[in-house]
Design a binder for this molecule. Structure first.
Ligand code: SF4
Length: 68
């Protein structure tokens, strides 16, 4: 898994960290990794992916910790 497979990544930039990604393997340890989602044929924007991920993390927090 690499940042290039993450919806929050675009053209070398991570929209969560707001920085250039030098090590695309950081996706392996990143809580914000989200697989790219499509709206029809078009992928959602990095901002939209970040929003999806924040919603997901928020709902996960409400449900309490998950088993590893
Ligand atoms: S959110 Fe995490 S996995 Fe996605 S591009 Fe940024 S650092 Fe990589």
């Amino acid at each position: 898994m690499t940042c290039q497979e993450c919806g929050i990544y675009e053209k070398g930039i991570c929209y969560y960290l707001k920085t250039k990604i030098d090590d695309i393997n950081r996706a392996n340890t990143c809580t914000y990794f989200i697989a790219i989602r499509f709206d029809g044929n078009e992928p959602f924007s990095p901002e939209e992916h970040l929003f999806f991920k924040e919603q997901e993390l928020k709902s996960r927090k409400l449900k309490g910790p998950l088993d590893p």
